[in-house]
Design a protein around this ligand. Structure first.
Ligand code: MF3
Ligand code: CO
Ligand code: CO
Length: 265
């Protein structure tokens, strides 16, 4: 599949879809607390999307080759779950960390973003993994400009994550996005500088590093979606959808409560 270059109209449509995805995270934030189930968080997000936003939750019934249809509107990945956690009966407790990953479709265009949350006060280790993963995402974003290479993004992320004693999940990556949920190019979160695809203005893709406190190995659960760390170590992930511009990048998944980049950016 070829990499698509978005025109001005398509970029405008993507700005809207991506802002809406981010606004779902703003909406759900006050509900993330001890005692609520992940299924209830999903239900609230789903209702907000279809009733308030008139968006479609992209994960619902999404079925890539070799997968069963995804059963829920969001992915909620708690503690040692790396990604694609299926919301359900699990009740959040103080100290849990979780990723909520939202993808909406608005007028045929996809916006994809995720954030980390901690229930109550997290341990110093939990807070540090989440902060380092946030910095990894931003170090990747900072590489984005016309003429740079996809490998520059992965290299920046991998170098920092490993210097902090963490590991980068290899099996899942960022992706081109537009009128298709997952399209080329693949954005690996590890790699070598000056390798891979050369970035052109008008490309839109996600950067969504999954960083483990322990080893990088993962294991898929019998539901065939939920991915956990093999060694049960904590995992964290942040995701933005980013546009390549003539001078650098534009983060599209922004809304009122989007967290600012780290101080060194
Ligand atoms: N939102 C995820 C991503 O960042 C994809 C989830 S696929 C699903 O690419 F089916 F699990 F929702
Ligand atoms: Co994504
Ligand atoms: Co996502």
């Amino acid at each position: 599949m070829a990499v698509t270059i978005k025109n001005a109209y398509e970029i405008g449509m993507m700005r809207v879809a991506c802002r809406l995805a981010s606004e779902v995270l703003d909406f759900i934030t006050p509900y993330v607390c001890a005692g609520i189930s992940t299924g209830e968080l999903d239900r609230l997000c789903h209702e907000y999307m279809i009733k308030k936003q008139k968006t479609i939750p992209a994960p619902l019934h999404y079925q890539p080759p070799g997968y069963p249809p995804y059963p829920k509107a969001t992915c909620i990945s708690v503690n040692d779950t790396i990604c694609h956690g299926i919301p359900g009966e699990k009740v959040l407790k103080i100290g849990d960390s979780l990723n909520i990953d939202i993808t909406v479709i608005k007028d045929g265009y996809y916006g994809d973003t995720s954030r980390m949350f901690i229930v109550g006060e997290g341990s110093i280790l939990t807070k540090r993994l989440i902060q380092v993963t946030f910095e990894c995402m931003w170090l990747g974003i900072a590489q984005v400009k016309k003429g740079a290479y996809v490998g520059d993004i992965g290299h920046a992320i991998q170098t920092y994550a490993e210097a902090q004693g963490y590991s980068v999940v290899r099996e899942y990556c960022g992706h081109g996005i537009g009128k298709v949920f997952h399209e080329d190019p693949q954005i690996l979160h590890y790699g070598r500088p000056n390798t891979g695809l050369k970035l052109q203005a008008g490309m839109i893709f996600t950067i969504e590093p999954m960083i483990n406190a322990g080893k990088c190995d993962s294991r898929t659960m019998p539901d065939r979606w939920t991915v956990k760390t093999r060694d049960r170590s904590l995992s964290a992930q942040w995701e933005h959808t980013v546009l390549v511009t003539e001078t650098g990048y534009e983060v599209l998944t922004v809304s009122a409560n989007t967290q600012k980049p780290p101080d060194n950016h």
